[in-house]
Design a protein around this ligand. Structure first.
Ligand code: NAD
Ligand code: UGA
Length: 458
């Protein structure tokens, strides 16, 4: 089937950028991205590109090129499904927070709702593509729903997991390491391969069976997160022994068998996917009775929780075991630089820990709104919320602080006038660098007590 009409259900961090790039690279295909969330769709349609709901470097230019030409954002899900030959499901698959598998398994209710809606609306044969990250063998469930509740039309199911990272989404989509397509039906696979072939070299388009494709996505995230937890585990040992984790990362990363990427020690990994996907993997392993496999992967998440908690514990201990009433400034709230996404950001955990100790928290992040920060702290009570202040100006955020914690590796933090910041802080002035971002020599010379993850002052 030669595809000229695509629908994507879910206009989030994956659906929006992915479809924008498909539309940009395939002007002959009409791409309609739909979502139930009206304000999100309104933001995607906003004439002012600064208001797009997802902040990604370069995304505004891609949307500007394709929107209104062959890229459309709409809340009319039924119409878009009906008109499309190929439907991508790109809805959220969060960790289940109720019932069996609570806190571990993926909640597939949004996926199932999509499948039922596609079955109800479709009058012609369609290819359904799993873009969301799903437990292995989910395609079977989708196929079952489509075949038993539909109008007798034929559905082919493909798995096409997305590997983009936030902050570099456009670059990753333009130039992916690989595109993975899992499926059974050769024609359906070819239809999707042909779309990517408009800009991705043939040797980078990998086709597999559905189950390999589904499991490869969970495995890729598990391996990436495992590297971060591995280096974070070593960072604690560095702090005790006088080794420096940046030096250790460099030394081991030069071994091509290990490689240099994903070896940056940090305050802990965040983001909507690493933790949820590993827990999902753990749950699947347990459900097959593979307890050693489950325990092995669960340790990656346990280590990450430890890293976040020990970072805030270290702040309390260093500030003479009490931070009650002290002002602590958090620089960065997003889970990594170049995104406005805060899901599972380590900053949330650290702020909660510090507020539990009655510290006053000032937050500055170049891309995250005050509204979002307050939403992230929804579990706090009214009195605790009064301890949080969000600043639009980093210098104000640092004014009269006892300590600064760098939680996101935004480039702009390195461009600040640190002497000025130091002059306006209480002394001794502490910096806890959770990203190894700032220049230790410069900070120490100014007079800061500078404490970075994975390096000791031994
Ligand atoms: P998201 O929460 O940003 O977006 C999902 C969107 O789907 C929401 O806007 C929601 O309103 C919409 N939605 C849910 N049910 C719907 C329905 N029945 N009809 C219409 N719209 C519906 O999520 P995301 O970050 O884009 O992630 C989507 C999937 O992609 C997840 O499975 C995730 O694991 C995977 N993934 C995410 C990333 C990432 O960087 N965020 C990368 C690779 C894969
Ligand atoms: C990750 C994967 O990199 C993507 O391939 C995948 O598609 C995506 O998850 C997904 O499935 O959602 P993302 O979470 O957007 O992408 O960003 P990463 O660059 O992987 O960073 C994740 C977290 O790990 C961030 O908090 C980051 O700061 C942290 N990290 C990363 C480190 O602490 N150290 C590192 O060396 C690398």
């Amino acid at each position: 089937m030669k595809i000229n009409s695509i629908c994507c259900i879910g206009a989030g961090y994956v659906g929006g950028p992915t479809m924008a790039v498909i539309a940009q690279k395939c002007p002959h295909i009409k791409v309609t991205v739909v979502d139930l969330n009206e304000s999100r769709i309104a933001d995607w349609n906003d004439a002012n590109l600064e208001n797009l709901p997802v902040y990604e470097p370069g995304l505004d230019a891609v949307v500007a090129e394709a929107r209104g030409r062959n890229l459309f954002f709409s809340t009319d899900v039924d119409k878009a499904i009906d008109e499309a030959q190929m439907i991508f499901i790109s809805v959220n698959t969060p960790t289940k927070n109720y019932g069996a598998g609570k806190g571990m398994a993926a909640d597939l209710k949004y996926i199932e709702l999509c499948a039922r809606q596609i079955a109800r609306v479709s009058k012609q044969d369609k290819i359904v593509v799993e873009k969301s990250t799903l437990p292995v063998r989910t395609a079977e469930a989708i196929k079952n729903i489509l075949d038993h509740t539909g109008n007798g039309v034929q559905f082919q199911i493909l798995s096409n997991p997305e590997f983009l990272a936030e902050g570099t989404a456009v670059q990753d989509l333009h130039n992916p390491d690989r595109v993975l397509i899992g499926g059974e039906d050769k024609d359906a696979i070819k239809s999707l391969v042909d779309i990517y072939a408009n800009w991705v070299p043939a040797e980078k388009i990998l086709t597999t069976n559905v189950w390999s494709s589904e499991l490869s996505k969970l495995t890729a995230n598990a391996f990436l997160a495992q590297r971060v937890s591995s280096i974070n585990a070593i960072s604690e040992l560095c702090e005790k022994t006088g080794a420096d984790v940046s030096e250790v990362s460099k030394a081991i990363g030069m071994d091509v068998r290990i490689g240099s990427k994903f070896l940056k020690a940090s305050v802990g990994f965040g983001g909507s996917c690493f933790q949820k996907d590993i827990l999902n993997l753990v749950y699947i392993a347990k459900s097959y009775g593979l307890h050693e496999v489950a325990d092995y992967w669960e340790q990656v998440v346990i280590m990450n929780d430890h890293q976040k908690n020990r970072f805030s514990r270290n702040i309390v201990q260093t500030l003479y075991n009490t931070i009650s009433g002290k002002k602590i400034t958090l620089l960065g709230w997003a889970f990594k630089k170049d995104t406005n996404d805060t899901r599972e950001s380590a900053a949330i955990n650290i702020a909660q820990n510090l507020i539990a100790e009655q510290a006053k928290i000032a937050v500055y992040d170049p891309k995250v709104s005050e509204k979002q920060i307050k939403e992230d702290l929804i579990s706090l009570d009214e009195n605790q919320l009064k301890l949080i202040q969000v600043n639009q100006d980093p210098y104000e955020a640092c004014h009269n602080s006892h300590a600064i914690a760098v939680l996101t590796e935004w480039d702009e933090f390195n461009t600040y006038d640190w002497q000025k910041i130091y002059n306006n802080m209480l002394k001794p002035a502490f910096i806890f660098d959770g990203r190894n971002l700032l220049d230790k020599k410069q900070m120490t010379k100014i007079g800061f007590t500078y404490i970075a993850v994975g390096s000791s002052n031994l």
